[in-house]
Design a protein around this ligand. Structure first.
Ligand code: MSP
Length: 508
């Protein structure tokens, strides 16, 4: 059985989940569900990043000890996963024992191989990004220096262990060369390449100024740099350091889904750490863009943070899942606009797919006694419909393998439009009086088309497509891609149809 390992970033527990967190996980979920539908054994991992100065500070501000604080906030992310219908196979927390074991083991291997040495760190650190910056990267306003991300930096001077990142520059470039698909989309790849070409410095991988982290083995005064700790989660979850573990077979990961802001950590540091430890790097890192809210940057201080659960409450889970991946090409930045959301829901879902299903199933109910008509030969007039259906699964699969979610949905909905044109043109309601055989054939063709749409849209809209498949009479065991090769038997009883989507009134 082919295997697929997919990950989301692990989320900082300094804050409540917002649209950005839901977005990365949603994309990962859709690909995971698609791969399962396509017969893969899938391991889908998400979790929370619970160490570091930023979390320590947030706990202090809340007047709590860091562990109780992270227990509490991490729960919001587990709840989000359930409410958004994410099908993750595991949820990792970096404060778990298994993770400390993995970090310690990885550190020991790196140290034994001479990849880590003790030195002194002096430089600019942004707690908000948990990242170091060079002086040339900073801008100054009112006496405060800021990183390119907008986070304020502070001068840090302390003893520190270093990872010999500088020694990996050429090997990283060679690795990117040999693996042209490692970084996606392509524009991001160029960004990373030029950063690496411009020269890499050794990376400070321990801190002494705070305690909330995994202790450096053999030197209790230091805790590991939170990004070394965090990135390791991807191998912890598959059993590292136990490479005999049942799940180790999933490594290397197929896709790490990340936002563009954390690409550098995943595309440079992570493969360097792994190669230095003699572990295979992941196959691919995909960096998606950022959402703005009605044209504005999303920020707590502006008070325009989008709560994914509030959206779900208002528009329904599947509508939100659909919109987020349909509206913006995955990889680009996108603007969240309610108007656009409503237009998509009313146009593509309710009037497009919903209407097609309702019209077809109502006619089968009324004119065929609710029983599926027999398969019928294709005629000239069916050519356009089947032209849009044949090969659709392959096209969608190829788009999803490239993480082009919007393109996958675009192809599916182009075919739905074709099917709606077909029903209008063939007028099966009129055929009732003139040609019962042709009427049955048209309805059967439409049923076949709907079965394809419902099957391949399951990853995007799991609940609604389960309802559609029920209405189409497709048994539970026949809902994967392979099952599409077996037509449903003639005479299958179909339950009375019910609307799939509700239309939304646009309000001011
Ligand atoms: N803890 C690190 C990741 C460690 S992975 C080994 C982290 N966490 S985070 O909680 O700050 O961010 C998680 C994800 O949310 C990132 O992929 C980030 O890009 C994404 N988003 C945060 N705001 C976003 C938008 N406004 N729009 C889209 N995604 C955004 O970074």
């Amino acid at each position: 059985m082919p295997r697929t390992y997919l990950t989301t970033p692990i989320y900082y527990v300094n804050d409540r989940p917002h649209i950005g967190h839901a977005y990365t996980s949603l994309a990962t979920d859709v690909l995971a569900r698609w791969k399962r539908l396509d017969g893969h054994e899938v391991f889908f991992l998400t979790g929370t990043d619970e160490h570091g100065q930023k979390v320590e500070k947030a706990a202090q501000d809340a007047g709590m000890d860091p562990q109780s604080f992270t227990d509490q906030v991490s729960q919001h992310f587990r709840d989000l996963a359930v409410r958004m219908g994410f099908s993750n196979d595991d949820f990792i927390r970096t404060t778990e024992e298994r993770h400390k074991r993995a970090c310690t083991a990885l550190w020991e291997v790196l140290a034994a191989r001479g990849e880590i040495y003790l030195g002194h760190y002096e430089g600019w650190y942004a707690v908000r990004d948990e990242a170091f910056y060079g002086p040339d990267e900073l801008v100054e306003r009112d006496g405060v220096k800021y990183a390119p991300s907008g986070a304020p930096v502070e001068w840090v001077r302390e003893p520190s262990y270093f990872f010999r990142l500088s020694a990996w520059q050429d090997r990283l470039l060679e690795f990117y060369q040999r693996n042209p698909d490692f970084i996606a989309p392509a524009s991001r790849r160029n960004e990373v390449l030029s950063f690496v070409r411009s020269g890499l410095q050794d990376l400070s991988v321990s801190r002494t100024s705070f305690r909330w982290g995994v202790k450096v083995p053999g030197d209790d005064a230091h805790v590991m740099y939170v990004w070394l700790d965090a990135l390791t989660n991807y191998i912890t979850a598959v059993g590292y350091p136990d490479t005999e573990a049942e799940r180790w077979k999933f490594w290397p990961a197929d896709v790490h889904f990340v936002g563009k802001d954390i690409l550098r950590f995943h595309a440079i540091y992570w493969p360097a750490f792994l190669m230095a430890a003699g572990i295979a790097p992941p196959r691919r890192v995909f960096a998606h863009g950022w959402w703005t809210n009605e044209g504005q940057k999303i920020s707590k201080s502006l008070g325009n943070v989008i709560d994914p659960l509030a959206l779900v409450e208002e528009y329904g889970l599947d509508a939100v899942r659909y919109f987020l991946l349909r509206e913006v090409p995955f990889g680009n930045d996108g603007d969240f606009q309610r108007k656009a959301l409503i237009a998509r829901l009313n146009g593509e879902l309710a009037d497009g797919l919903g209407n097609l299903a309702q019209r077809t199933l109502t006619l089968i109910q009324k004119n065929c006694e609710g029983r599926l008509p027999p398969e019928a030969p294709r005629t000239e007039s069916d050519a356009a419909l089947f032209g849009s259906l044949d090969g659709l699964i392959g096209t969608v699969g190829a788009s999803l393998d490239a993480q082009m979610f919007h393109a996958a949905l675009e192809s599916i909905f182009a075919s739905v439009r074709e099917a709606n044109g077909y029903i209008t043109q063939q007028q099966p309601w009129a055929l009732k009086k003139t040609d019962l055989v042709r009427m049955a054939a048209v309805l059967r063709h439409l049923h076949s088309a709907l079965r394809v749409y419902a099957t391949i849209l399951q990853p995007f809209m799991p609940d609604t497509m389960a309802r559609l498949l029920d209405q189409l009479g497709v048994p539970e065991g026949a809902r994967d891609l392979a099952a599409l090769a077996n037509p449903l038997p003639e005479g299958t009883a179909l339950p009375p149809p019910a609307p799939l989507f509700r239309k939304i009134e646009e309000t001011a």
